[in-house]
Design a protein around this ligand. Sequence first.
Ligand code: AKB
Length: 316
Amino acid sequence: MTPKILIIGACGQIGSELTLSLRTKHGNENVIASDIREGSDALMQSGPFEIINAMDFDAVKNCVEKHQITDVYLLAAMLSATGEQFPMKAWDLNMNSLFHVLNLAKDGIIKKIFWPSSIAVFGPTTPRENTPQHTIMEPTTVYGITKQTGERWCEYYHSKYGVDVRSIRYPGLISWKTLPGGGTTDYAVDIYYKAIQDKKYECFLSKNTALPMMYMDDAVRATISIMEAPSENIKIRSSYNLGGISFTPDTISKVIQQHIPDFTISYAPDFRQAIADSWPKSIDDTNAQQDWNWKHEYNLEAMTKTMLDNLSKSLS
Ligand code: AKB
């Protein structure tokens, strides 16, 4: 049966690409995009769109009932860097929106939920190399605390009420179509814009700060793939580790220099350095590989070529 999908937070970095992929797959009329503001022409013109505040339970429920929604992808969230500026707003948005969709599923109004978690669930006491699925998790950012708490609630709603909720711990996501906003990993997107526009970039993280990252095409594929897997294969109902690429600002700048030889990078670490220092350098995603056949495709070289080719066209 074709699912009837609602994407909450469809105009953001993940939502804008995921919405178009799901529309191609399931038919434009079966994928309702929603956000607190309007998005790109591609998103607005390719299928139904609703203005919804993810914190307004009645608005979410009315939209679900109006469109007879079966599956909800909840992508509205405040990310790590912005969350440190607005701790209570981050908590309210990230937690209330999750409870709204979990409760709709508990009451049998929707069937399936996708909710993204993040590498931010880990903290300074977590092993940082090849971070295991099950390990110490003592996040020190508000965003990380909301994601860790959310993971516990997802698992609880699954085990107590049978809610079919599925989740991935996204690493930093890199794409050229929509800018990210308010994250610590955002430098790895900004750097490509500045390389093309100014041939120089001042990085807010230090030279050797390694972080797990992933090209957006891989992230969208992973999201669709975990949602399509048979329910019995999804053995982890908190959230799955997802590995991709791991690199430092120094490494990515050297790969960019292979395409733009006069590109230069300088370093001026700010408050985001402490956030990055508390996160893993690389991720072990064996469980995702075993349970739903996950395998990433893009390496740093392939991603850099794709980013520079596409941004050069769209910025010219
Ligand atoms: C952020 O940097 O806050 C996000 C994330 C890793 O979840 N990109």
